[in-house]
Design a protein around this ligand. Structure first.
Ligand code: MRU
Length: 368
């Protein structure tokens, strides 16, 4: 996607051929800063500290982290050590484990002398595959936006989204935003309601920044606004991303997604989830019960950072010093509240049979 006319992906191999460039997402929307990752530890810290975030990008970063690790120590022990370091960086997005499993199984049979080269090649493939998958999601989700547009000729299609499931959260295009970008490119009038997404404000900081740079009309709303908009016919459809979809179609995504799905259900607003197939976890049968929910530092809740009028970044506390806080980073929306899963292989019903029929090769892997 473009930033000030220049094409960027969220992660790439630098010109030196071995170090890895990534946009430091903690600094957006205030500053556009590129970070250079030069070790497996750098990649693990980038994921843990959310320099990079978003399920597919976490997976791609982990893949490059393995490649960086193979430059340092390509032995069997080194391979396992890199896997163990990266796999615990964040617990909820299953793309992390998916990418590491892919890397480990393709590298294990390779002679250690050739492992570093093979690791970069496989990491590049994982990144390219993400872009291709998201293009598939764009095509399949576009049909839903087109169908909505056809019902209100000349009118704007209003899409509500939560968190950032845009190109910054993937390698390119995004998942939830991919159909929106394509619809915009095709001349369909779309407008996006962007949930601010407390506590880290990925909607206000990242989705709004992305959409703005791409010229897509949008409005940032406080997280509590969606229900009101839906009651008044101001949302045609909701499209969100996901960090893990269980075999039964339950969807884990950024905290607050469940509440939006409830409001959508109550108001007859279609609620779609866009997902690349690596986000499906066939090993988890009941998402509400079994998907691990990351709990993050309370500082994300108590403190807010922003730019002052004279251009300084300032962090202020907004909660009384003595009040305890809780920071659950994700929640799970039961499949019964999801209208459809927008995947690279079509829009699926959120149930075991549909997921299994569309992605049989993933079941075999989960069963191993
Ligand atoms: C295509 S990204 C889908 C999800 O990863 C996204 O909606 C989300 O919840 C991101 O959470 P984050 O905590 O910012 O990594």
């Amino acid at each position: 996607m473009k930033v000030d006319g220049k094409h960027f992906r969220s992660i790439w191999r630098e010109r030196d051929g071995w170090s890895v460039g990534a946009i430091d997402q903690r600094r957006l929307p205030h500053e556009f800063v590129i970070a250079r990752l030069t070790s497996c530890e750098d990649a693990a810290v980038a994921i843990r500290d959310m320099l990079v975030r978003g399920a597919p990008l976490i997976g791609a970063t982990a893949a490059y982290g393995m490649a960086l690790a193979m430059r340092e120590d390509a032995s069997d022990a080194g391979l396992q050590r890199a896997y163990d370091t990266l796999v615990v960086a964040r617990p909820t997005a299953i793309n992390l484990k998916w990418a590491l499993d892919e890397m480990r199984s393709s590298l294990a049979p390779v002679d250690p002398v050739e492992r570093a080269e093979a690791a970069y090649a496989r990491a590049d493939e994982i990144a390219e595959q993400d872009v291709e998958i998201n293009r598939g999601i764009a095509d399949n989700g576009l049909k839903l936006i087109e169908a909505t547009a056809a019902k209100k000729p000349g009118d704007v299609v209003n899409v509500l989204t939560h968190c950032n499931a845009g190109w910054l959260a993937t390698v390119d295009w995004g998942t939830a935003t991919a159909p929106i970008y394509l619809a915009h490119e095709r001349g369909i009038k779309v407008h996006v309601w962007v949930d601010e997404t407390r506590p880290r404000n990925q909607g206000a900081s990242l989705t709004a920044w992305e959409l703005g740079h791409h010229g897509v009309p949008h409005t940032v709303i406080p997280d509590n606004t969606g229900g009101h908009l839906m009651q008044h016919g101001m949302v045609d459809l909701a499209i969100v991303g996901t960090d893990r979809v269980a075999a039964n179609g339950d969807v884990c995504n950024k905290i607050g997604t469940y509440l939006k799905a409830l409001a959508a259900h109550d108001n007859g607003v279609p609620f779609y989830v866009a997902l690349p197939s690596p986000t499906i976890d066939f090993a988890v049968h009941d998402g509400v019960r079994d998907i691990p929910i990351e709990q993050r530092s309370g500082v994300e809740v108590t403190d807010m950072t922003g730019r002052t009028a004279d251009g300084r970044l300032e962090t202020v506390r907004i909660v009384p010093e003595s009040s305890p806080v809780a920071n659950y980073a994700f929640d799970v929306t039961p499949a019964r509240l999801v209208t459809g899963l927008i995947t690279e292989r079509g829009v699926l019903k959120p149930d075991r049979a549909s997921l299994a029929a569309a992605f049989p090769e993933r079941i075999a892997v989960a069963a191993k």
